[in-house]
Design a protein around this ligand. Sequence first.
Ligand code: PLP
Length: 397
Amino acid sequence: MDFKGAVSRRTFVGGLAAALSYVSWQSENSLAQGRRGGPPQGQAPGAGRGASNVPVTKLSNNENPYGPSEAVKKAMADAFKYAHLYGTPDNGLMEALVKLHGVQRENMLLGCGSGEILQLAGTAFVIGNQKKVVGVEPTYNDVFSQATSIKAESYRVPLLRDYRQDIPAMIKAVKNNYRDVGMVYLCNPNNPTGLIVTKQEVRQLLDGVPEDIPVLIDEAYHHFVEDPNYETAIPYVLEGRPVIVARTFSKIAGLAAMRLGYGVARPDLLARMRTYQTGSQSVAVRFGAAAALADTASQERVKRLNTELRTKVTTELKSLGYDCIPSDANFFMVHVKREVQGVIQDFRQKNISVGRPFPPMTQHLRVSIGTPEEMDKFMVAFKEIFVNKTSAAGGAA
Ligand code: PLP
């Protein structure tokens, strides 16, 4: 199971990464925002499909560029012997999760990605109740777009001037609209900024909102955080608070296309969410996830590489005069001092896909952390677009 024993650093960073760093636009479109199979938010259906065989450096969807470790791939292959059976074993996944978080089985709900957990919570507490969701803007949009698609409204709170989430304003929005609010959504660290909400602020939020309002805390990027002021909200579940913590195997474990996430919450809240769940998870991903939990060396390596590269790239960008928001995730935002839509096109012309626009932060570009080679390419392209201006910068927008 030990990652170090299974693959050398060179193989890890080089071989698999090289294979994964070139993905066609076609596959990007179908993998991105996986469960819906549609194009990433803000991208037209079919964008780039004409160039389906053009290699692209993909820094747009906050994936793990190294993919699953050898131990995880082996576990998934082992699972095939159960492919024809319903009710197959899970390779100890549930037991491992319960142990990891110090919770009971009844506190756990597996989903096809954490996206399914967000959707189940949105359906159970917002849409099913004809209520509204409170959260900041910009943040991960799933719950809000789900509400919008059925014409339900949400209460969106702007970020503070330093791009942190405004906890007192969120509490105020809940209290002022108490009768209408079905749920609060907090993404920690936030996507797209990468900024954490401190453990004191999480407590402030939970103490501040009425205790019958569920708070969904999305910890998709938990594993990348270095800041000691951050803490998971899972202990609040054990206190009996109305908190649903969402986690995913898509990021640190590199299993985005395999689709596995989970929610940790009070059994009564999970029971309401479960009512709307229709499917279950494949035996392959359950085996892979169990192996990923055991393969802590691999997780540490991914985190360390991510932090090193993020520091290197953001330091270089700052030295060129471009401010970066301090991120604790596997992506960061750089202030590009002009509208980001044209910048996205400029990168696309260089076969690099970067994050979509996140209004109202329309001059900030979100960049996912790829492999060292991919980040070198990003920096070369950035300098061409912004510093040397050898490209058709701005003209392609
Ligand atoms: N939450 C956040 C903040 C995300 O950024 C994402 C995906 O990028 C998800 C949830 C959904 O991830 P998945 O459904 O792959 O677990």
